[in-house]
Ligand binder design. Sequence first.
Ligand code: KIV
Ligand code: ZN
Length: 338
Amino acid sequence: MAKGQVQIFDTTLRDGEQVPGCKLDTHNKLIIADRLDELRVDVLEAGFPVSSPGDFDSVVKIAQLIKNARVCGLTRAVKKDIGVAAEALKDAKKSRIHTGIGTSDSHIKFKFNSTKEKILERAISAVSYAKSFVEDVEFYAEDAGRTDNDFLARVCEAVIKAGATVLNIPDTTGYCLPEEYGSKIKYLKENVTGIDKVTLSCHCHNDLGLATANSIAGVLSGARQIECTINGIGERAGNTSLEEVVMIMRQHPDLNIDTNINSKLLYSTSQMVSESMGMPVQPNKAVVGANAFAHSSGIHQDGVIKKRETYEIMNPNDVGVTQSAIVLTARSGRAALA
Ligand code: KIV
Ligand code: ZN
């Protein structure tokens, strides 16, 4: 059976850059964008053009630079935002406008002081307006994780009719359990007319440490795009980590799904982003942490020396790490010393 393809939508330069205390200048953003293109991300969210002149300028320059990935700009469901994003993206080889609005009861009541019907109208007009500039329009239903499935399905159906090509179902607050998030995607697949014409996208935050698990649950229920960042950086506890979801699919061929990512660039890309943002990678970080391929106890060291696979499920070379490390500690034995 042919492998299913999952698109990687990188948002390191937009949601990732919302990390408290970090700011990248345009020069650094261009270096990272170029590397993300080399890594072969499918979509590169370059920024939120209306948010500041600096962000606008970065999106313009990234759009001019990138050769392969589709370049995307974020907007609210506001005409001015959409017009400004279209202007920033106009030189891109392939572009996408990412527009949307909060759909949960809490967002509708407290953020917008509005009603479900009015939110639905704003969603439709934002997508129709974005469509007047670009063919590829992604719609996000902010706080979809806490939006009731019935209303979410109504919003999705309406924006598909208005021309959306991708539907982003964000777990904005990182609240969902994997089964719950997977069921939400399944519900939309089964209850939204026209859903087969569009790509469903997972955008999961990591407030409870479940972003990666939720994104994979979404894909297993039929989503075909994951929104993620290098090192999982982002608002609060961060976003889904790109390197984790890519390697989960790669290490589980039984799932029959894969991405275009050149995994050999994962480690160096992680280092590059960490250095430019001044955000150290925790040593025990999956896939790219300093200890991800380091063995310290005697029993493990003995096993790895005899056969690497006894304690390693990934080949370090596959993620660009030259070799596993045997670290001499008080728990090391003769094998490690030898
Ligand atoms: O977390 C979120 O809901 C977002 C949207 C703006 C896509 O980042
Ligand atoms: Zn987000």
